[in-house]
Design a protein around this ligand. Structure first.
Ligand code: NAP
Length: 293
């Protein structure tokens, strides 16, 4: 049996959808969610659910029973994530899971100066726990979701242009459903044990290049302005954006500027058996509807 955690979240849900599309036997698939209410859609699709919370060890022991393969989707509570996920790995081992997949993050070998250290530390702790557990593993070191681009660009990008302090840094933005399909292929395939994959679009793109693409799509000139981090944070908080939110965006921008998200070697095409969706296509899908008059 294959068990997917975070099954009501974007990634878990997309992985389950991909597995169903590829014809997986529904009786061999279970989604873990935090409440029955959150699993309603899955049950409607004929997928069984189990209730589990990374903060409740006993619930994980119960939820993981009988699972041979487990896709551990990383959690969202950054300050607690290391403990939560190390516990989940321990519970998986105890429950007899044979092969664990984990949605980790792409990173440079030395993260000591990384602006997103807090995000990365919990991934490293989890990867270490997985390797020490003795279970077979597949680590999905994923690049930034392309789906986050509108968040980085801001709601008024077509009117105001791009204001984001990422300099000329390039990012291998990758569509979440492409990543989920790669996970589904691994879950249904063979030969992925004890592998670490880089899940990234092969093409990296800068925000200046994104501005040019948006100009083409919208027929208007979209400029890109990269300030220093402090000016960016002050501008956002001055416009009413909560400080934690502004700091998070600035951290991602700084990491992009430092080249943290450049694609490098990637396993995504091999895992998908096709080209992943490119940023140009994504931007056209999202923004062309706003530009038709
Ligand atoms: N590569 C990237 O660019 C990127 C960007 C953002 C996030 N991420 C990471 O990738 C993960 C998956 O992305 P996503 O888009 O699917 O995020 P998402 O839609 O927010 O889904 C997160 C899932 O994790 C579950 N979860 C959170 N805390 C939990 C806990 N204590 N116990 C059990 N389940 C818990 C959530 O359940 P509830 O609905 O009950 O909260 C939800 O199902 C994220 O959680 C995050 O770690 C990656």
């Amino acid at each position: 049996m294959i068990l997917i955690t975070g099954a009501n979240g974007h990634f878990g849900k997309a992985t389950i959808e991909s597995l169903l599309k590829k014809g997986i036997d529904k009786n061999k698939l279970v989604g873990m969610v935090r409440s029955t209410e959150k699993g309603k859609d899955l049950v409607e699709q004929g997928v069984a659910i189990r209730i589990g919370d990374y903060n409740n060890y006993a619930s994980l022991q119960e939820a993981f029973k009988g699972a041979h393969k487990l896709l551990l989707v990383s959690g969202t509570e950054l300050e607690h994530r290391s403990k939560q996920q190390v516990d989940a790995v321990k519970a998986a081992k105890e429950a007899g899971v044979i092969h664990i997949l984990y949605t980790s993050a792409k990173r440079r070998p030395d993260i000591s100066n990384s602006p997103i250290q807090l995000v990365l530390n919990s991934h490293i702790d989890t990867e270490n726990a997985i390797k020490e557990s003795g279970m077979a593993y597949t680590l999905l070191r994923s690049n930034l979701y392309m789906d986050l681009l509108p968040w980085f660009l801001g709601e008024k990008v077509l009117e105001n242009g791009i204001f984001f302090p990422a300099g000329d840094g390039k990012v291998g933005f990758t569509l979440r459903t492409d990543m989920a399909e790669a996970a589904a292929n691994i879950l249904m395939g063979n030969g992925h044990e004890n592998k670490t994959y880089n899940i990234s679009n092969p093409q990296s793109i800068s925000f200046g290049e994104i501005a040019k693409l948006l100009s083409e799509i919208s027929g208007k000139t979209i400029n890109y302005h990269s300030s220093d981090s402090k000016t960016y944070i002050d501008t956002l908080t001055g416009a009413g954006v909560p400080q934690a939110y502004a700091l998070m965006l600035a951290g991602f921008a700084e990491a992009a500027k430092q080249g943290e998200f450049v694609s490098g070697e990637t396993d995504l095409m091999k895992l998908l058996g096709r080209e992943p969706v490119a940023v140009k296509q994504f931007l056209a899908n999202v923004y062309s509807k706003f530009t038709q008059s």
